[in-house]
Ligand binder design. Structure first.
Ligand SMILES: Nc1ncnc2c1ncn2[C@@H]1O[C@H](COP(=O)(O)OP(=O)(O)O)[C@@H](O)[C@H]1O
Ligand SMILES: [Mg+2]
Length: 144
């Protein structure tokens, strides 16, 4: 199954986690996943689930809203970088030394990716758009 350029519908958090796991199966070291969607859309939930797939305890994965970046080590020493740019202002972002943190040997997850110029990330990225309708159903679109 090719999950790229696919649309999933999720009616509850468990379904969203299952979708996240399916995406995680396709991720390789060096991949950058950019998440788009409002507050409470489910970005952190999906990232938690993906991190768990790579052997990081879900409890460790929290929204780095106040930290900008969290790092995790999964199975086989896999490195995961989890960015959240929610509180970042444009000027902060202009001065943020991304190169000090970005690592081609890591998996990178980015919340509020619309705040940054995606060219700062190395090559291969995947975009995940989460839209919530009036019933709370999540429409999850993946763009490769
Ligand atoms: N279908 C769904 N998919 C994802 N989250 C859902 C869904 N329905 C309800 N929720 C709830 O929405 C919240 C999403 O929170 P979170 O992942 O932190 O959002 P974000 O990081 O996008 O701000 C969680 O409390 C989750 O339980
Ligand atoms: Mg979040």
């Amino acid at each position: 199954m090719n999950i790229l350029n696919k649309v999933f519908l999720s009616g509850d958090p468990e379904e969203t986690k299952k979708i996240a796991r399916q995406i995680a199966e396709k991720i390789e070291v060096g991949d950058v996943l950019l998440f788009y969607g409002g507050l409470g859309a489910g970005k952190t939930l999906m990232i938690k689930s993906m991190c768990e797939y790579f052997g990081v305890s879900e409890d460790l994965v929290t929204s780095p809203t106040f930290n900008i970046l969290r790092m995790y080590r999964g199975k086989n020493g896999i490195l995961i970088l989890h960015f959240d740019f929610y509180r970042m202002e444009k000027t902060d972002i202009d001065f943020f030394e991304f190169d000090d943190y970005l690592n081609e040997d890591a998996i990178v997850f980015v919340e509020w990716a619309e705040k940054v110029d995606k060219d700062i990330f190395y090559g291969k990225y995947m975009e995940i758009f989460i839209d919530v309708d009036e019933k709370g159903t999540r429409k999850i679109r993946i763009k490769g």
